[in-house]
Design a binder for this molecule. Structure first.
Ligand code: FES
Length: 137
């Protein structure tokens, strides 16, 4: 039996990122990972990490990437499952807002590097950038 899954998603406002609900026949799960810690760290203030969970990215391991982000919560960073980000075949795709930084082909073991370097220190991970939107890397 095929399990149907629906994504409820609204446009990501500047701050904070909305939570979304994953709905399945058997469960509903809120995956909002935001927290209410200090606003003094501007490198991680009110960011939103969108991890595509649509068909192609999912086949490429996006569920494990989302789980890896969820396992490493960062103050004022919200991690959400996203519907298709329009870059199918280059996934799993991850988009960090409001920075507009795209990561492609993200593997679960690379998530700690994104968390540490980008979300906590404010410096994008050059070698993981999506070539189409970051041609100079
Ligand atoms: S399925 Fe992930 S970008 Fe389209």
């Amino acid at each position: 039996m095929i399990q149907q899954r629906q994504f409820f998603l609204s446009p990501c406002p500047p701050s904070p990122c909305p939570s979304i609900l994953l709905s399945t026949h058997s469960q509903m799960t809120n995956i909002n990972q935001s927290s209410q810690l200090s606003k003094t760290d501007s490198s991680s203030a009110s960011k939103c990490v969108r991890v595509c969970q649509n068909r192609t990215c999912k086949k490429q391991g996006a569920a494990k990437v989302l789980a890896a982000f969820a396992a490493l919560p960062v103050p004022d960073v919200t991690v959400t499952a996203s519907s298709c980000l329009g870059q199918c075949g280059n996934g799993p795709m991850v988009l960090v807002l409001p920075d507009m930084v795209w990561y492609s082909g993200v593997r679960p073991h690379e998530v700690p590097l994104v968390v540490e370097q980008h979300l906590l220190s404010g410096k994008s991970v050059q070698q993981m950038l999506y070539y189409r939107f970051h041609p100079q890397g």
